[in-house]
Design a protein around this ligand. Structure first.
Ligand SMILES: NC(=O)c1ccc[n+]([C@@H]2O[C@H](COP(=O)([O-])OP(=O)(O)OC[C@H]3O[C@@H](n4cnc5c(N)ncnc54)[C@H](O)[C@@H]3O)[C@@H](O)[C@H]2O)c1
Length: 369
């Protein structure tokens, strides 16, 4: 039994984690702390709202004293820290929010945990601060370089990656200096249900359905290692249960794909689904498939992202061999589930795509000249 504080639980991965955790039927309370920024959607938590173990606190992790009072009042023994500014493109157009939330916000949480758990000893039993981080802290790989492992030197290239790297170092320092029981996971790119449609895979799905251009950065040959989001949730659970305190675990899908190949695969899957189901073709009447054309016709190459990392790949040997974690979903099954989820949950993605988001898309995906 654990009492969890899940920061950023209304975001993409956080919401999937909360659903996964509560579906397992564990005892104990789960509190989500989320500021509901553009990326946070309370609607992603609709399926757990009536669960008596669940509660939601609308708040900012940077607010001094907020996390501290939650830990004390709710007897929280486990923090799973997802809250972050997470989109690389936004960190290029406006880095300040990344330093504030990812660095200062993480530090506020660490201070709260140290005060309540270590200094006041206000919570009985084992405690854990689990920090959710990214493979982007390791920088970029050439095509034949070995994949990132836990001892790969940090070389963050974007303001996003640098802010996550800084937060990783603070988490490590609170363990070494103050003895805070921490674990960290550095995970590769996630995909799946509730993914905000400004990221590659959901953007491609919803733009095909609306008959809009599919923006592909540069030559589209950037390689990422993709993991189904529920497998990420399982990995965090495994690390909470069996991970060694103070350790870092890399999490990945051993599933490297070039962006352009993903876009073409998603095009083929959406075409296939609409060809097989006349009611879907009628509902998404702007999509190429509904008029007998191929979704690939929408692909539009746009100016590459500044400093775009070429390749990320995760060596997941440590979590596999030490904790026995293996992803359940293959890319073939996971991507089909993802396409089907977006086909079945149009109300969700229409609601999260408001005006400010659309204006942001227009300024960030400029056609290449
Ligand atoms: N998406 C990926 O592929 C990926 C891969 C590896 C690691 N990660 C890490 O996982 C975590 C979650 O990523 P995601 O894709 O779900 O992000 P997301 O942007 O979808 O969600 C972030 C959540 O944090 C909340 N938030 C932002 N600032 C906050 C603040 N100051 N106080 C409280 N809440 C705040 C947002 O409202 C949102 O609900 C991040 O730490 C990210 O670095 C993401």
């Amino acid at each position: 039994m654990r009492n969890l504080l899940v920061t950023g639980g209304a975001g993409f991965i956080g919401a999937n984690f909360v659903q996964y955790w509560l579906q397992r039927g564990v005892e104990g309370q789960l509190t989500v702390l989320d500021a509901l920024t553009y990326a946070g959607n309370r609607s992603s938590l609709a399926s757990v709202e009536s669960d008596s173990r669940f509660s939601f606190v609308h708040g900012d992790i940077c607010t001094p004293g907020l996390a501290e009072s939650l830990l004390r009042e709710r007897r929280i023994d486990t923090i799973v820290h997802f809250a972050a500014e997470s989109h690389v493109d936004r960190s290029i157009s406006g880095p300040d929010a990344f330093v504030t939330t990812n660095v200062i916000g993480t530090h506020e949480l660490l201070k709260a945990a140290r005060t309540v758990w270590l200094q006041e000893q206000a919570v009985e039993g084992p405690v854990r601060f689990h920090h959710v981080s990214t493979d982007e802290v390791y920088g970029t790989l050439a095509p034949d370089d070995p994949a990132f492992h836990e001892a790969t030197p940090y070389a963050p290239n974007s303001p996003y990656a640098a802010s996550k790297a800084a937060s990783d170092h603070l988490v490590r320092a609170y363990h070494h200096t103050f003895g805070l029981p921490i674990t960290t996971t550095n995970c590769s790119n996630n995909y799946g249900p509730f993914h905000f449609p400004e990221k590659l895979i959901p953007l491609v799905i919803v733009n095909i359905l609306d008959g809009k251009p599919l923006p592909v950065y540069g030559d589209g040959r950037q390689v990422r290692d993709w993991l189904f989001v529920r497998d990420h949730a399982r990995a965090i659970e495994v690390v909470l249960e069996r991970g060694r305190v103070g350790e870092v675990y890399n999490v990945g899908g051993r599933n490297e794909w070039a962006n352009i190949d993903i876009v073409k695969l998603v095009c083929a899957l959406v075409d296939e689904r609409l060809a097989a189901d006349a009611s879907l073709a009628a509902r998404f009447s702007a999509s190429p498939a509904s008029r007998g054309a191929a979704a690939e016709s929408l692909i539009t190459y746009v100016t590459d992202r500044k400093g775009h990392d070429r390749r990320y790949a995760i060596d997941a040997t440590k979590i596999e061999s030490e904790l026995g974690f293996i992803p359940e979903e293959t890319f073939e099954t996971g991507i089909r589930k993802t396409v089907d989820w977006f086909l079945s949950n149009e109300a969700w993605w229409r609601a999260v795509m408001d005006g400010s988001y659309l204006r942001w898309l227009e300024t960030n995906y400029a056609p290449s000249v």
